[in-house]
Design a protein around this ligand. Sequence first.
Ligand code: ADP
Ligand code: MG
Length: 608
Amino acid sequence: MSYEKLAKAGFASLLELAIHLPISYRDNRLSTTLHVGEVHTFEAEVVSFSTLPKRLVVTVRTPITHEPIEITIFHPKPYHHALYKPGVKHYLQGKIERFGAKLQVVNPKKLSKVGEIVPHYQTKLRQDLHRRLVASLVTVENLMKEGLDELRATLIVRAHQPDDVWLRLYHRHGGLGPKTMEAVKFAEAFDYFKRLQGKRVDFPAMQRLTGSVEPFVKRLPFTLTEDQQHAIREIADDLQREVAARRMIVGDVGSGKTMVILASAMIAYPHTSILMAPTSILARQLYEEAKKWLPESVDIALVTQSREEGNIEDAHFIIGTHALLYRELPKAPLIMVDEQHRFGTEQRKRLEKLVLEGESSTHAKPHFLQFSATPIPRTQAMIDSALIDVTLIESTPFVKDITTYIIDKHGFGHLLKHIEQEIEEGRQVLVVYPLVEESEHIEYRSLEESEGFWRERFDGVYVTHGKDKLKDEVLQAFAKEGKILLATTVIEVGISLPKLSTIVIVGAERMGLATLHQLRGRVSRNGLKGYCYLFTHDVKNPRLQAFAQTTNGFEIARLDLKFRKSGDLLTGRVQSGKEFLWLDMGEDEEVVKEAKERVLSMGHTTHR
Ligand code: ADP
Ligand code: MG
């Protein structure tokens, strides 16, 4: 029995085998006392037997009680008669019940071996082979060699070979005790970090970047939030290294990521940095902000498909769309991507090439910072950090004041009144439909079916399907003079709409919480009082009700995970790739943190 057998059995590591705990246990130890109603294993000596129609009744004597026990075997086979000849002894297992005045066991199991608690595994091996594999490899000594501490190793081994007390607690609690649970979670996280440790490859940086952010920060009319400052410090620390940075900065919509981007460009200055955004509107907006906030000495250029501004060859800071990927660029030791999650696969591949330019691993690479507005639970961030550094920006400079209502058709009149009132006060409204055209599969009206309704009652109604050619123009025009914008869920309003106070989401229960959160995040920018109406036929939906209670993206990411696990999701995309047996991304922060630190402290050259 050896480590090679592990791979054959489908386990990538010893720890993976170790945390693959039995799904049940069979207690084959001989009972010493008798409790009516419980399953017992006992030695039975046949005293007599009688054949009745369709059953065999055997009377046996056992050491666990003075009373004789009646064994009833329904539909006996010929061999049963031989088996239960008076005088023979067997080990039997079955539930002992009192039937009238007599103790009785119906259809007991005959055991050839007693005296053990036998674990039962879900495995593609034969049970006995799997048991032998575990028994030979999952030992305290071996687990400690893998890096586990003695206590956790002992707890895990005991879960494979439980004793009496352990098993009783297991049955009483209906599962693992908290200490054993913690140990397997730790082992799972530890195994994950250990195995990924070699996978992260670090490249030499093209340039160490050590510029000062002071000239930029000084000019700001506000103080940066703690989280912004922390992110900037981490980035400054990354960029001054000789190793090319790989960092993902995750912050909710409105958490002020642009300031962190601008600060990063300052750290790179006077060297060139490149910033890529998913849409031309967003690129332009970032360009305007950069010009507004960065010191004049920083030369800035804009590159979109239709337009170029500034001097690209000599710029310190080049901002653009994916058009950047299809042209010659000056050498830049810092590359950044905003709203990273909105790029397509093809663009990501090209981007990767840009960042990893040069074939050999010794070839210097630019520092690379990705910014994402899709919050992930802290624990998930820590898990992801095995391959890329992660910074979370969890606070926002303005606390969003958004009231969320869940309504059905009975609430629609109230909604219309609210919309009229908001428009009266110069605010704007966004209505999101699940579909463009009518469909038999969806019990909600489509964008096209509803357009007439809105146009009849309001002016300043703008429509975009989200994929139409003129989408950007429609959005720009709406931003300036529109009142109501009708759109579908594919809408990605990259630009800020400071007057947008209300969003109505039709068929909200069909969407993932992450999507709902992105949509709701469009309103109440800059502290404006916001309203979100979730229109649904299912007003009692627990997911929507939980969503209505919080606007914190990180909290919503946790909720999303929780409801995903309970399977209450109709549509929406899967966020996290890796599935864990025990770890819960919403809850197991402590144990993941400790596992990560343990692996790091074991020392390895490529990781830091
Ligand atoms: P994100 O890109 O993370 O969604 P932005 O960078 O667009 O958010 O910032 C949202 C708004 O908050 C912008 O108007 C920005 O100027 C403002 N802002 C950013 N940081 C601060 C801060 N520390 N204090 C006050 N306002 C800020
Ligand atoms: Mg942004």
